[in-house]
Design a protein around this ligand. Structure first.
Ligand code: SF4
Length: 443
């Protein structure tokens, strides 16, 4: 048993777990491959946040099960959120699975792999509320960028969300561990750090009895080699003056903020046990635009939540037309067993999907205007490589976060190096992305 393929699904937090597993497997002498057809063992590190994520996980498990019948593959391990949430059902319904690994047992991947076999089916379920294991990573993103997880779990308990039951209560990593990991990442050529957690604004509350995200951000900015720090998933009611000042004044912190608001109707937010109000969100956005000139905002929204009738949905649409948030991800409400929202009355899935599509239309217009406003500007771009199909280099500026915001494609008279910065003048739109050309390698 030597070659292992790990398929990582879901969010950036799960990807970091996958990267830690890869590092442990590498240390134990396993050969890693991206091709499941070549592998002796496959690990599917799953997501189970909403219905579509569960379906994707099951499809991947079934595909690996197929390979066990027809190919070289001998062992199939299911890890992550689906394994944590549905262990009994998975073992009962999917006989192709040889072992399960819960979210509290990432560090046991080598043991579970050794023990996995159909007649034994080991299950590792460590304490999901235990302090985080500090482990090495095989960074799979980049070139030039990596996620950094500052905390695990969530204690907010929004009424629609299963995360606290899958990933435990909020646990911050000690600041010194985060900083030394960031120094190590910088040493491998990482220039952009993307700070993630379920709720980064709560960083420090459990360990230090106070919020320390702003301070952590300033410390990260002192690290040589790190040039961009991108903050994701900021809970709106906790974006306070200290954090805004840090973002505004620290040149390395990107003027790009991902603030998931989910909705703006006061009644819905209260019913969903979200802290803060729609009025608070309405006040926050202009304040951010005033204090952080040129800031680009991203958010996520849920349509069809319990309490959302036509009037509440229209309130959300009007807000979006006015607020002109540059980027948004929208999801139809997915009622999840075990959450308070599961039993609350709500519109059916078709209607929630229809509303999500209407919001996508509103946002598409805002996005187009935003893209048009950038034509002629020269922006600093982190090169990610050359796209053979398009015939241009591809990269991202401060306004594009990986995986969610698309690329800036650009030509260059000279060869560009992935992981390096270039100044690119934007010339126009390219099927929803942007296209331009290099003016100079960024000094
Ligand atoms: S903040 Fe709310 S929605 Fe986000 S992970 Fe925590 S409980 Fe879930």
């Amino acid at each position: 048993m030597s070659k292992v393929c790990l398929i990582s699904l879901g969010c950036a937090k799960n990807l970091i777990d996958s990267e830690q597993m890869l590092s442990l497997l590498d240390d134990a002498g396993y050969e890693l491959t991206d091709d499941p057809e070549e592998a002796d063992a496959a690990i599917v590190n799953t997501c189970a946040f909403i219905e579509s994520a569960k379906s994707e996980a099951i499809e991947n498990i079934l595909a690996m099960g197929g390979l066990k019948k027809t190919g070289k593959l001998q062992k199939l391990i299911v890890a992550g959120c689906l394994a944590q949430r549905y262990k009994d059902e998975l073992l009962r319904e999917m006989p192709e699975i040889d072992a399960l690994l819960g979210t509290g047992s990432v560090s046991e991947i080598v043991n579970v792999l050794k023990e996995a076999r159909p007649e034994k089916k080991p299950q590792y379920y460590g304490d999901i509320n235990a302090p985080l294991d500090e482990a090495g990573r095989v960074v799979s993103t980049g070139p030039g960028w990596a996620y950094i997880k500052i905390a695990e779990g969530c204690s907010n308990n929004c009424a629609y969300c299963v995360i606290p039951s899958i990933r435990g209560k909020y646990r911050s990593r000690p600041m010194e561990n985060i900083l030394s990991e960031a120094v190590a990442l910088a040493g491998t050529g990482v220039r952009e750090l993307i700070v993630v957690a379920q709720d980064p604004t709560m960083y420090g509350v459990d360990l230090y009895r106070k919020r320390r995200l702003a301070e952590l951000t300033r410390e990260l900015a002192k690290i040589d080699g790190i040039e961009w720090i991108r903050l994701h998933y900021l809970y709106p009611d906790a974006v306070d003056d200290e954090l805004i000042d840090t973002i505004a004044n620290e040149p390395k912190v990107l003027k790009y903020l991902d603030i998931p608001i989910q909705h703006v109707n006061n009644g819905i937010l209260k019913l969903m046990r979200r802290r803060g109000t729609g009025d608070g969100i309405r006040a926050l956005l202009p304040k951010l635009r005033e204090r952080i000139p040129g800031v680009v905002l991203r958010t996520s929204l849920i349509t069809g939540l319990p309490g959302e009738g036509e009037a509440e949905f229209e309130e959300l649409c009007s807000f979006l037309r006015e607020a002109r948030i540059e980027r948004a991800g929208v999801f139809p409400f997915s009622p999840e067993e075990g959450t308070p929202a599961f039993d609350m009355p709500h519109v059916d899935t078709d209607e929630a999907v229809r509303r999500a599509e209407l919001i996508q239309e509103i946002q598409a217009g805002i996005m187009e205007d935003f893209n048009a406003s950038r034509v002629g500007a020269t922006v600093r771009v982190l090169c990610e490589g050359f796209d053979e199909e398009v015939g241009l280099y591809m990269g991202r500026s401060f306004a594009e976060s990986p995986d969610v915001d698309g690329y800036i494609y650009f030509g260059s008279p000279d060869e560009c190096v992935p992981g390096e910065f270039y100044d690119v003048i934007i010339r126009g739109d390219l099927d929803g992305d942007l296209a331009g050309e290099v003016v100079a390698e960024h000094a």
